[in-house]
Design a binder for this molecule. Sequence first.
Ligand SMILES: C[S@@+](CC[C@H](N)C(=O)[O-])C[C@H]1O[C@@H](n2cnc3c(N)ncnc32)[C@H](O)[C@@H]1O
Length: 410
Amino acid sequence: MTNARELLIRRIGAQGDGVADLDGEPVFVPFTLPGERIEAEVDGERARLERVLVPSPERIAPVCKHFGKCGGCSVQHMASDTYAEWKRNLVVDAFRSRGLEPVVDELQRTAGKRRRAVMRAVRTPSGVALGFYEASSHDLVEIEECPVLEPKIVAAFPDIGNLISPLLSKRGEARVAITLTKSGLDVEITGTERQLTPAVRSVLASKASDMKLSRLIVGTELVVETLHPFMTFGTADVILPPGVFVQAVEEAETEIARRVVAAIGKAKAVADLFSGMGAFTFPLAARSRVSAFDGDKAAVAALASAAKKTSGLKPITATVRDLFREPLSPLELNEHDAVVFDPPRAGAEAQSQRLTKSKVKTVVAVSCNPATLARDARHLVDGGYKIESVTPIDQFLYSAHVEVVAIFRR
Ligand SMILES: C[S@@+](CC[C@H](N)C(=O)[O-])C[C@H]1O[C@@H](n2cnc3c(N)ncnc32)[C@H](O)[C@@H]1O
């Protein structure tokens, strides 16, 4: 049952929603700010904003016309300083909840835009629309502009819609992953029900080369690869396997790598855990021997192949390993002077526990989830490490996500 209520917003929650109290219970209202008096349609612990009765002086006009409907961004309505302090506090609160009170740096901004978009495509009366889902829904919002995406990706939407058209039935829907690589757009279309017949394949291949795509994959089939899609890490060009992890924003990746390299200093041997394709391995290998480990076979193969082709670096080894099930043992860790880990959102708990039993002096943790980072930091601190610095980086502009680089020493 829903009902319209007048509410006073008291704080901003971890997802960027304003939080009001109603009969002693929290109610989350997207797109509102502390101090605002609003009218909202309440449905359990969620509410839909109807009207802002008394706006906060921190309220600003959103930069995108789709804001409020598109589920991609949650916080375009906050003044810049409020936004930066809220994001920084997400990290402060995560550490505090584990009993840790490190000095957390100011939010580091990056000017760059996202180089990967994972979108949905649907047929419309006039063609094919590309968009993102509304928040907590499967309703598509057709996207005509996007301030967080690389403009080259947004500019390609009409052509990509046209490309997908022969694959979509009347009510069909497809998933489209578009990645801007150094050799152009890499497009992967999945979830279409129509067969990739030889005739359709040849139409797609010809459209893809007209569009100068570096690669087009449909389902698991490579339709065309005009140029190998690659990214540059340090001095190495690494060819992207399909679907591999890439940091969202190139400038953020460069800033993280710069901080990782500076923290490692002159260490002779470094373990790069959850290395992916080597975004940190290659910058580190300018000075240190690096052992890279990751669970993704294709990413490790891409890293190893680029390491073979790149001259002027210290030796690199690349190993496929499930680091949740089989974290590096204290003995293996002791072969290194420093360790970097950059796990998925689940964090690196087992590995952090092993680190406390090793002699490694420097640990650099890179994380996109302050909650699991703080949990892992608690293990490291209990095991004798001191937190040297914690730096939030705004890799995920206008969202409730934040990247963090934390340095530990003993
Ligand atoms: C946040 S990404 C970091 C990748 C790389 N450091 C970078 O900056 O591009 C996390 C990586 O963890 C890897 N991964 C996920 N689960 C894993 C596991 N159980 N064992 C080892 N690696 C895993 C993924 O393949 C991915 O490359």
